[in-house]
Design a protein around this ligand. Structure first.
Ligand code: FDA
Length: 301
């Protein structure tokens, strides 16, 4: 827990974040980040596609407090839409509302995301709104609801550690949803704190959406949960077209391939860009063994 809190604390440090952007692609981040630009990331995406794996692309960035930076992020994500279309890859986009100005001004953020969703919609590309911390949860659902009046190529994430997740999954079941355990440090007032409670809620939410909702993305590296889902879909005659498994780029690569080979829809989350620091620190907080990846990178250079 101390180690987890340590990395979680680092992940929120804005000064270190800036320093990391300037310092470059160091500390082994490139084992879990697929490049600094979309053309670099395309190589990995095409390789995964060739193995029957689809991708969701995250142009890394979050907690933007400057309008120019948010507009720059929008431009880059529009470039990702173009790249998916131009390369004709099997991929969609994951974006973070805070990267597009949620912390600056709700309407400004709405306009930025709208432009992306509109362009993606013309190419039939799905856009997932990643979920961030609790303070940004309701505004992110509001963005989704607002944009769903005009577009249907959008969906979001349900984080199982939140007490309100059960209510949310019922309310938002009309959307394609990615269900996760939850990656941020949240207070006891709003979120389960123990692994047992979070895992139990995770399973309940997955089962609910598989039975009642639109398409379900089960995003986890936890083999126990994956095995449970495999049995659950057999027991309830849920066709493979109704769901997919998702994992992050660079993690459990063999299992990713194995699931795809077993005929499950599989999607790898592909982060790329220079703003890798917060993403990378959260991965270390989740699983300090991920430090092994770092050590390996440093010593194999
Ligand atoms: P967890 O970390 O709880 O591990 C459970 C068990 O699985 C471990 O004890 C171990 O046995 C095994 N295991 C896990 N990782 C392993 C590895 N690398 N090698 C070997 N064994 C391993 N969060 C969020 O708040 N908002 C979001 O939008 C997203 N989006 C998202 C997309 C995708 C595709 C993924 C995979 C995850 C997210 N997350 C997220 C992160 C998520 O909330 C969660 O923090 C991490 O996935 C870690 O939890 P897991 O369910 O993977 O297993």
């Amino acid at each position: 827990m101390i180690v987890k809190n340590f990395f979680m604390h680092l992940s929120e440090n804005q000064l270190l974040n800036k320093a990391a952007q300037n310092y470059g692609f160091k500390l082994g981040a490139h084992s879990v980040v697929a490049g600094t630009n979309i053309e670099e990331a395309m190589g990995s995406i095409k390789e995964l596609n060739a193995q029957g794996i689809s991708c969701t692309i995250d142009n890394l960035g979050e907690f933007v407090h400057d309008k120019a930076e948010a507009l720059h992020a929008k431009k880059q994500i529009l470039g990702v839409v173009d790249a998916i279309h131009a390369h004709q890859v099997d991929a969609h986009i994951s974006l973070k509302p805070s990267q597009l100005g949620l912390d600056i001004d709700y309407d400004f953020c709405l306009e930025n995301i709208k432009e992306i969703v509109e362009k993606a919609s013309a190419f039939d590309i799905f856009i997932n709104f990643d979920m961030e911390n609790y303070a940004r949860l309701q505004p992110s659902f509001d963005l989704l609801e607002e944009l769903s009046k005009d577009y249907d190529n959008i969906g979001t994430v349900i984080q199982s550690y939140f007490f309100r997740a059960e209510e949310d999954i019922q309310k938002y079941s009309k959307y394609r949803l990615r269900i996760v355990k939850g990656a941020y440090k949240e207070p006891e007032a709003v979120a389960y704190q123990t692994k047992e409670e979070i895992d139990a809620n995770f399973i309940e939410l997955i089962e609910y959406h598989l039975l009642n909702g639109k398409f379900t993305s089960i995003a986890t590296h936890d083999h126990n949960v994956i095995n449970h889902v495999k049995q659950f879909v057999i027991d309830h005659s849920i066709p493979k077209e109704k769901f997919e498994f998702q994992m992050l780029y660079g993690f459990r690569k063999e299992m990713q391939l194995e699931l795809a080979e077993q005929g499950y829809n599989f999607c790898t989350y592909i982060p790329f860009g220079t703003d890798w620091y917060g993403y990378f620190m959260r991965r270390l907080a989740e699983r300090p063994q991920n430090l092994n990846l770092v050590v390996k990178q440093v010593f194999t250079k």
